[in-house]
Ligand binder design. Structure first.
Ligand SMILES: C[S@@+](CC[C@H](N)C(=O)[O-])C[C@H]1O[C@@H](n2cnc3c(N)ncnc32)[C@H](O)[C@@H]1O
Length: 261
């Protein structure tokens, strides 16, 4: 098959086809543009197109994902990090700046993107990160090594295996309502996505954990429609000092609680 023929395949966007070709041929986009007649063995390319038509994540095919401008290793069995989580990092950086030193615990580390991105920027802080999925711990360790940061990863439900005094909790927990069925999510682990109680079960557990441990700051990502549910929950616990943050499209995507501890 020639490059120009491959780029004509209809189902995928041009940028995705270019990405696949550049990975397979180990060439950059300029090469693809300058060499439309270049011929290659199409077998692998067509196999990937077939997988993509079934919405299998591209990130699992090439074992890489970009987050906050950095490349991370990823495998099937771990949630694919989303651009949606970048506002959580922006908010965390803003809030972390008022601490000179802190011990941060991340709940639900996945591929490690949150703790690793923040540990690079706040090298004076101590980072502990948990997950119930052993593969998440394994992949996070690989990413921490590549990015040369020190994060203490632990296989743990919430913070059950963390005895240290924690100043800050951060999390992008599973928050999708269990009843929802998205085709696009069918290849990712259920425990990374879904939660009981309209998706708020773990969000609420994390807030309770933060109160129990007397942390100073708690930052969580949540879903578009969970503001009211969390507002009611904060009220029921007499939590008053909090705000919600938005993504670039103006959707409310998470909350920050400041405790007087
Ligand atoms: C939405 S994913 C987030 C992954 C990663 N932090 C990110 O932002 O891409 C949620 C993660 O929480 C983990 N998880 C689910 N329940 C948990 C629990 N009770 N305790 C700790 N981690 C949990 C899942 O295994 C999954 O890796």
């Amino acid at each position: 098959m020639k490059i120009k023929e491959a780029l004509k395949i209809k189902e995928l966007s041009r940028s995705e086809k270019e990405y696949i070709l550049s990975k397979l041929l180990n060439k950059d986009n300029i090469f693809l543009h300058l060499n439309p007649e270049y011929e290659f063995d199409e077998e692998e390319f067509l196999k990937i197109i077939g997988l993509r038509k079934k919405e299998y994540p591209l990130e699992y095919i090439f074992n890489e994902v970009y987050f906050y401008g950095e490349k991370f290793y990823i495998e099937e069995g771990i949630l694919v990090p989303r651009d949606d989580t970048e506002p959580l990092i922006d908010v965390a950086i803003k809030e972390f700046n008022s601490f000179t030193k802190a011990t941060v615990a991340e709940i639900g580390v996945g591929s490690g993107i949150i703790s690793i991105t923040l540990a690079k920027k706040f090298s004076q802080f101590k980072f502990i990160a948990t997950d119930i999925n052993p593969k998440a711990i394994e992949i996070s360790k690989i990413n921490a090594k590549t990015h040369n940061v020190n994060v203490n990863f632990r296989l743990s439900n919430l913070l059950d295996e963390v005895d240290e005094k924690i100043d800050i909790i951060i999390s992008n927990p599973p928050y999708v309502e269990e009843e929802w069925e998205f085709d696009a999510l069918k290849y990712e682990p259920e425990e990374a996505l879904f939660a009981k109680d309209n998706g708020t079960f773990l969000l609420k557990e994390i807030v309770k954990e933060g109160m129990k441990r007397e942390v100073k700051l708690l930052i969580c990502e949540f879903g578009y429609n969970q503001k009211k549910l969390m507002c009611d929950f904060f009220k029921s616990l007499n939590v008053e000092n909090y705000y919600f943050y938005k993504d670039l499209s103006g959707n409310t995507r998470g909350f920050v609680i400041k405790f007087d501890n």
